[in-house]
Design a protein around this ligand. Sequence first.
Ligand code: NDP
Length: 410
Amino acid sequence: MLLWHVNSQLGGSFSELIRAIHHDGFFATLWAASGPYIFGSKIAWTIIGLFAALQLAFMKWLPGPTYLGPETTNGCVPVYKANGRLAYGLTLTLFFLGGFVFKWFRPGVVYDNFGDILGALNMTAVSLCVLLYVKGRLWPSGPDSVTSSNQIFDYFAGIELYPRLLGSDVKHFANSRFSMMAWALIPLCFASWQAEHYGHLSTSMLVCVALQLVYLTQFFYWETGYFRTMDIQHDRAGFYLIWGVLVWVPAVYTSPAMYLATHPVELGWPLAVGIFLVGAFFITAKNLANRQRVRVRRTDGHATVWGKPPLIIRTKYKNDNGEERESILLASGFWGVSRHFHYVGEVAGAFCWSVVGGFSHFAPFFYVTFLSILLIHRGFRDDEKCQKKYGAYWDEYRKLVPWRVLPGIC
Ligand code: NDP
């Protein structure tokens, strides 16, 4: 809410926000920024309701092959319908036809009502997390549910790994079909608002939106790879994850375009094209890294990596039931440069779609700053998880690949 307030009311200036907090106090400023939006509005609930219903229908009814997720430590295999590409293509097509060709709706309406949309999303996420908490305690969907003696912790971290509601996987819907799909559309709506108000689309907005579309197109092209990431394999459906994807992602991940909506920075075409190409390169590199790891495991180490047989460590580990399992750690290609080199691509791509806003304000860099902190922390969290899981095998990998994220630095 504060970020929206800074971008929409304070000209993108955090100094103005600090001045207001100093003058009026933190809670009065927070209330001024969020109070009018807490319950959303009719139009906000309508936009969210229609979008969610459409995405749920696409997820359930569009055709797609069955995709099996990774086996959990309790021996369960999550089952998905791999129709992400079709849902993404159809969503964008409907958006362009409805918004720009047939004019069924005005995309800029999302910017005009964004405060209310965030308020409504917040209420939805907090309520859904209560429902998931109660469901996890009373009617878990499978054996992968964990409770502790601390109810607040359970609400925050979640109880179930793969909860299902209305016959659908909650995380598949919330993380991918709602959150990532909304992330693709919201910057387009902000761009449309800018064009309406300034009479043209700035080159900075064009690059910002185009790079995010490259990112999200690659995400949906390879949505099944997402089922093998920490968000899905490791994080339970609690406040941390569900509120994060339903509120934090639409609010914060879209913030560079939110800033640009009222700051139509003009870049020369050579600079704009240059930033786009560098950003697209890094985004593609991080996806290739993700794919490399999954491909090597899927082929049991018989794939080539950068034209050579991969350097792998065959590992054994015990699942939660004490049964022995085998896996592979890849130590060449991107995974030989550092243990989380894909995070470099992630941050560099985001930096490119943020830097187009220029350096006059911090606001366009809020997301990439948050992302850098998140991924550095995640690098530690993942190392810890893998150390516990693989023990001496992980030590061997660390000896071969000593850098956690940035070679030569950390
Ligand atoms: P990864 O996809 O990197 O998954 C980590 C898991 O991969 C580990 O837990 C381990 O799981 C396995 N693994 C680790 N090292 C190796 C290796 N050398 N060889 C084979 N397998 C290995 O993690 P994330 O979920 O963090 O990231 C997924 C993607 O999402 C990345 O591209 C990241 O940039 C992006 N991301 C984006 C965020 C954003 O907010 N924009 C936030 C977080 C991530 P196992 O137990 O299977 O061995």
